[in-house]
Write a protein that binds this ligand. Structure first.
Ligand code: ZN
Length: 452
C-alpha cells in the first residue's frame, strides 16, 4: 500500500504534525497524527490538499502574452481581445487542442491545482461543419495524460447576442442547437469515471435564449450536475441585458431560475448591492479569475460585501494568462486593497487572510467541480500537494502564517510533489511528462501558425 508521511499537514480540522497517510485505489484510507515514517513512505515537508481550478478554457493558454500590443485604434478592450481569441479558436483541430490543453494542465499541476473544470464551447474542430466528439476526446485525453482530475463542463452557445440570433464568424464553431448539445452531454456522462466528472452549462445569458437556458438548467437539476455560466463580466453585457430583459443579469437569473449550490456563476463582476446579497443567499459559487479579469479589464468584484453576506467563492485561471492559484488569491485580495485603500480585506472568519482565502477557494472549488471531498481526510480522494518546508518562502513560518506566505510572498512556489487520485504527477518539482508535453506544445504552435 502506498503511504505518505508529512512533517506538517493541513488536514480537515486544521494543521497537524507528523501525519502518516495510507492510500488505496486513489483514496486516503488511513490518517494517523503524531506518527513516524515507515520504510517505503514518500516523505513530505508540508502537505496541503490540491486546489480546484474552477474555470478553464484550456485552448486560450496559447494566447498568453500575444494580445498585449496596442492596436492602431488604441481602444483595446475585452471585445477586441475576443477577436484575437476567436482567430486562435479558428485555427484549432483536435490534435492542437489536445497538445495545448495538456500543457495547460501540466502547468496547473505544477502550481498546486489538482482538478480543473473545463468550460468548453469549442465544439467543432476548425474547418469542419459537423459537430463530433473529437474536441471532447482531445480534452479528456489531455487531462488523462497530464494526470489532472477533470470536470468536463460542455456549454451551449447559440447566438451572437441578446438580439442577434445567428452566430457570427468563428462563433459558428461553437454553435449547437440545444438538442444536439443535450445529446452530447448525455453521451459524455456515460464516460464518467473517478477522475472524469461532468458538469453542464451555457456560455452566457447573451449566447443562449431564455428557453434554452431553461432546458439546460432542467437537465442539470435532473442529473445533479454542476451548472456553470459566465455572467456580468462586462458592463456592456449588463447594459444589453437590461435593454433586452429589463433586468441586470444576476437579478434576471435569480428571478427566473432556482439558483442554488449546484450553480457556478463565473465572474459576476458587475452587481448592485441587492444582487450581491441575493446571490450570496442562493449559496451558488461565484468563480473569480483575478489574473484574467485584470488582464481583460473586466472590473472588480464586490468581494467584501459578498463574503459578508455569506457568499461562496472559487477561483479559476480562465484564459491562462497566468496559472498559479496562489497568485489568483493574492490578486483577489490586492484588487480590494487597491480599491478600498485598506489591508487584509478578505479576513471575515480567520485573522489570517491567506488562510481564509485558501479555505474558501478549496471549499468553493470542490462545490463548483462537483467533487465530494473533505480535503486531507479518510475516504477523500488522494489529491495532495507536497511542499519543501526548507524553502526560503516557508522558512520560519508556523501554522498561523504558512498559507499567508504561500499566497502573498509571490516567489517561485516550493512545490516538491503533486498527487492526483493516488498517482504522483509531479516529482522533484517537475511534471513527469514535462519534456513530451513541451515538445508537443511548441510543435503545435508552429504548425497552427500562432504568432506574437
Ligand atoms: Zn471564461
Amino acid at each position: 500500500m502506498d503511504a505518505v508521511f508529512a512533517r506538517k499537514a493541513l488536514i480537515e480540522r486544521g494543521w497537524a504534525n507528523n501525519v502518516r497517510l495510507e492510500l488505496r485505489a486513489g483514496r486516503i484510507v488511513s490518517l494517523v497524527e503524531d506518527a513516524g515514517p515507515e520504510q517505503g513512505d514518500v516523505e513530505a515537508g508540508v502537505l496541503i490538499p490540491g486546489l480546484c481550478n474552477a474555470h478553464s478554457h484550456a485552448f486560450q493558454r496559447a494566447l498568453a502574452g500575444r494580445t498585449e500590443k496596442r492596436s492602431p485604434a488604441g481602444r483595446d478592450n475585452f471585445w477586441t481581445w475576443r477577436e484575437r481569441m476567436y482567430a486562435l479558436a479558428g485555427s484549432l483541430d483536435a490534435d492542437a487542442l489536445a497538445a495545448i490543453a495538456r500543457q495547460a494542465y501540466v502547468e496547473m499541476l505544477l502550481s498546486g491545482y489538482t482538478s480543473v473544470a473545463e468550460f468548453h464551447y469549442l465544439h467543432r474542430p476548425a474547418g469542419t461543419e459537423r459537430a463530433d466528439e473529437s474536441m471532447f476526446d482531445a480534452l479528456r485525453n489531455a487531462a488523462a495524460d497530464s494526470g489532472i482530475r477533470m470536470t468536463y463542463v460542455p456549454v451551449l452557445y447559440e447566438r451572437a447576442g441578446f438580439d442577434d440570433p445567428q452566430p457570427q464568424g468563428h462563433q459558428a464553431q461553437f454553435a449547437l442547437d440545444s438538442s444536439t448539445f443535450l445529446d452530447h452531454c448525455a453521451r459524455v456522462r456515460e464516460q464518467q469515471s473517478e477522475t472524469l466528472r461532468c458538469g453542464i452549462g451555457v456560455h452566457s445569458l447573451r449566447a443562449v435564449t431564455g428557453d434554452s437556458l431553461r432546458e439546460v438548467a432542467a437537465a442539470a437539476a435532473a442529473s445533479g450536475l454542476p451548472m456553470h455560466l459566465h455572467i456580468a463580466e462586462q458592463q456592456r453585457e449588463v447594459d444589453q441585458c437590461l435593454a433586452h430583459y429589463g433586468r441586470r443579469p444576476v437579478r434576471w437569473l435569480l428571478e427566473n431560475f432556482d439558483v442554488d449550490a449546484h450553480w457556478c456563476l463565473v465572474h459576476a463582476t458587475h452587481m448592485d448591492a441587492e444582487e450581491t446579497n441575493a446571490l450570496a443567499d442562493s449559496q451558488a459559487v461565484v468563480c473569480l479569475c483575478p489574473s484574467t479579469e485584470a488582464n481583460l479589464g473586466d472590473g472588480l468584484f464586490p468581494l467584501h460585501a459578498f463574503l459578508s453576506a455569506g457568499g461562496r467563492i472559487a477561483i479559476g485561471s480562465d484564459s491562462h494568462i497566468s496559472i498559479n492559484p496562489f497568485e489568483e488569491l493574492r490578486w483577489l485580495e490586492y484588487g480590494q486593497r487597491l480599491a478600498s485603500q485598506s489591508r487584509n480585506v478578505a479576513s471575515l472568519e480567520e485573522a489570517h487572510v491567506g488562510r481564509e482565502l485558501f479555505q474558501r477557494a478549496s471549499g468553493g472549488g470542490l462545490q463548483a467541480c462537483g467533487i465530494d471531498s473533505d480535503g486531507i481526510a479518510i475516504g477523500a480522494p488522494a489529491d495532495l500537494v507536497a511542499l519543501h518546508d526548507d524553502d526560503p518562502m516557508l522558512a520560519g513560518h508556523g501554522e498561523e502564517s504558512l498559507l499567508d506566505a504561500l499566497v502573498f510572498s509571490g516567489y517561485r512556489l516550493p512545490v516538491d510533489r503533486v498527487m492526483v487520485h493516488g498517482e504522483w504527477c509531479v516529482v522533484d518539482g517537475e511534471h513527469v511528462a514535462r519534456d513530451d508535453t513541451r515538445q508537443a506544445y511548441t510543435a503545435t504552435l508552429r504548425r497552427i501558425g500562432v504568432a506574437g
